[in-house]
Design a protein around this ligand. Sequence first.
Ligand code: 5GP
Ligand code: ZN
Length: 114
Amino acid sequence: MSDCLFCKIVAGKIPAKIRYENDDVLIFDDIEGQAPLHCLVIPKKHIATLNDLTLDNHQLIAKMYLAVKEFAKQEGIAEQGYRTVINCGEQGGQTVYHIHLHLLSGRNLQWPPG
Ligand code: 5GP
Ligand code: ZN
C-alpha cells in the first residue's frame, strides 16, 4: 500500500526507532509513547484492520504475538509484565489503518482504559 504510513516504515521511507525485526514482523517505538516502553508491533504485509483477517493471513497475528514474546525476553520485561492492545476501527481508537498491536510496559497500567 503506497500511501500507508506503516508500509512506508517497513520500506524504510519513513524513519522509525526499530527495536526488533524478523521476516514477517517489525517492532518500533510509538512516536507518542504512553508508557516508559510503548512499541508498535506490525506485520510487514499490509492488513488494514482486524476485520480484514482471513484464513490466508491469520497466521500473521500468531507471528506478531510470538515476536512480542521474544521481544519481551530481549527487553527484560517478560517477568514484570506488559499489555498488548489492538484497536479496531473508529470507536476502537484506530488511527493508522495497517493492523498493529500496541505493547506497553514499564509502569502499572490502569484498567479499564479510557
Ligand atoms: P492507533 O491509534 O491506530 O491504535 O495507533 C496508531 C499509533 O501510531 C499511535 O499510538 C501513534 O502515536 C502512532 N504513530 C502515528 N504516526 C506515527 C509515526 O509516524 N511513527 C511512529 N513511530 N508512530 C506513529
Ligand atoms: Zn500498510
